[in-house]
Design a protein around this ligand. Structure first.
Ligand code: SF4
Length: 470
């Protein structure tokens, strides 16, 4: 479903490049392909002749990095960031990359994920005299690095990273080096590629493809890459814990043309749809997906069930950002603006409507009603993931349990509320099986905490949640 309607938002996308004469332009295209990961803030820092230059603003890549602005930017290394406003709130000061100019060094920093012990670390650092310039949890690492005991920057970065708990993919750039780090559980995707002689890192492989970079490999949990003019070195700052890649990256967030740990996202979604057909066969006339992220699972369901796949819902691609507002009233209005039923497909039919997830339930209700108003005889809702019962503390915008309908209501109660003729969620076991990265070996597991409450790290929350530390 459409991110801004669902109320389930990724916080960020990262892109970095070292050793390319057109670093700014390449980063622009990379960020543009990651726009789905955040639409409310865009930034880029360039390294040019031992100087770091920052350009950033609130808005889409094309709005912030205008043609005029791009003409003024040059350098042979850059890091960039797109952001959705949740952790730390909005405002220009929270748009990344953050740039720190200390007396002896300058450093730019971009982060995807969420530091769960940021408040504790911040209090400690403030009591030791640190002054924070943003409310973003990302800045905590900069202060830890600054205060670190080691003389060498790399050592201070490693020490700082070891104090953090939670989910983080970090890009840290100075005028002479680019550091790339992944948390010890590897919760967020981050890939390394090569463009000519330049190293490229990106939150998703679709960004490597767009800029013409060759994929090398995914960044490993607990790994620190150091990239400079001499080449690339891989070191560890922490031992790899059980890999806990976010399941929702496959189900919903990532672009279908991206691969995460060698698994194509479209294929994973299709397999989730096929698994749904194994777990629940519906006697129906057509299968339709809720665009865009429900489409791949709908194709899989149709293929496995033998029921024809049809385009029963159409997405209007030309609605402005006016309707991308994280408030309930505008979200509801936005459904009508962004989706239309195809009457000729659904009229008089028993429809299977496949979507990737249900967060609050209000959008599903409107879409079911939309299909019924267009003449659908029955609407059976199939969800290609388990019910989201627990908040995410790792950078996805579901940190309040009260907003999650499945935390409060049974499947039957949700069905009644959304007005569907039947409602089926995929099982947790079926989800793991369909995606195809079973918990064999430390590098293949995935985070399922929003479904089963098993959080892969410590969490620091005053909410009552079913917390099981795995
Ligand atoms: S809790 Fe859910 S959304 Fe958050 S990282 Fe884990 S799987 Fe992803």
């Amino acid at each position: 479903m459409l991110a801004e309607l669902k109320g389930l938002n990724e916080e960020c996308g990262l892109f970095g490049i070292w050793g390319h004469p057109d670093a700014a332009q390449v980063t622009y295209y990379g960020l543009h392909s990651l726009q789905h990961r955040g639409q409310e803030g865009t930034g880029m820092v360039l390294a040019n002749e031992q100087k770091l230059t920052s350009v950033k603003g609130e808005g889409l890549v094309t709005e912030v990095l205008t043609a005029e602005k791009m003409q003024t930017l040059s350098g042979n290394a850059a890091i960039g960031h797109v952001r959705y406003t949740t952790a730390g709130g909005g405002g220009l000061e929270n748009v990344q990359p953050l740039l720190f100019n200390f007396q002896s060094e300058s450093m730019a920093m971009a982060h995807n994920g969420n530091i769960v012990n940021a408040d504790q670390l911040k209090s400690q650092l403030e009591s030791q005299g640190s002054i924070f310039h943003s409310t973003s949890d990302t800045e905590v690492l900069a202060h830890l690095i600054r205060k670190g005991g080691s003389a060498e920057l790399k050592g201070r970065i490693k020490d700082g990273l070891n104090s953090l708990k939670g989910a983080y993919a970090y890009l840290i750039m100075t005028d002479s080096e680019l550091f790339v780090a992944m948390d010890p559980n590897g919760l967020r995707p981050l890939s390394l590629g090569l463009l000519g002689d330049a190293y490229v890192v990106a939150s998703e492989t679709c960004a490597l493809d767009i800029v013409g970079a060759e994929f090398i490999r995914d960044i490993e949990p607990g790994e620190l890459l150091i990239i400079n003019d001499k080449g690339i070195v891989s070191e560890r700052f922490a031992a790899c814990k059980q890999r806990s890649m976010c399941t929702m990256e496959y189900v919903y967030f990532s672009r279908p043309d991206s691969n995460i740990d060698g698994i194509n996202v479209h294929t994973a979604r299709k397999n989730l749809g096929k698994q749904l057909a194994v777990e629940k066969y519906i006697d129906a006339d057509v299968v339709t997906g809720v665009p865009d992220s429900g489409n791949s699972a709908a194709i899989g369901y149709a293929e496995a069930s033998g029921i024809p796949y049809e385009m029963g819902l159409l997405k209007n691609r030309y609605v402005g950002r006016t309707f991308i507002q994280p408030s309930q009233s505008l979200r509801e209005q936005g459904v009508k603006m962004k989706l239309s039923p195809v009457r000729g497909v659904v009229d008089g039919k028993r429809v299977v409507m496949v979507d990737d997830s249900i967060v609050r339930g209000t959008t599903s209700k409107r879409i079911v009603q939309m299909l019924k108003d267009a003449g659908a005889k029955e609407v059976h809702v199939l969800i290609s993931s388990p019910p989201i019962k627990n908040p995410c503390f790792y950078g996805i915008d579901t940190s309040d349990k009260d907003e999650l309908i499945a935390a409060k209501k049974s499947v039957e109660e949700i069905r009644e509320l959304i007005g569907a003729d039947s409602l089926t969620f995929l099982s947790v076991e079926g989800t793991v099986e369909a995606i195809g990265r079973p918990f064999e070996g430390e590098n293949r597991g995935q985070c399922l905490a929003c479904f089963n409450g098993k959080y892969p790290t410590e969490i620091y929350s005053d909410q009552e949640i079913d917390y099981i530390k795995c």
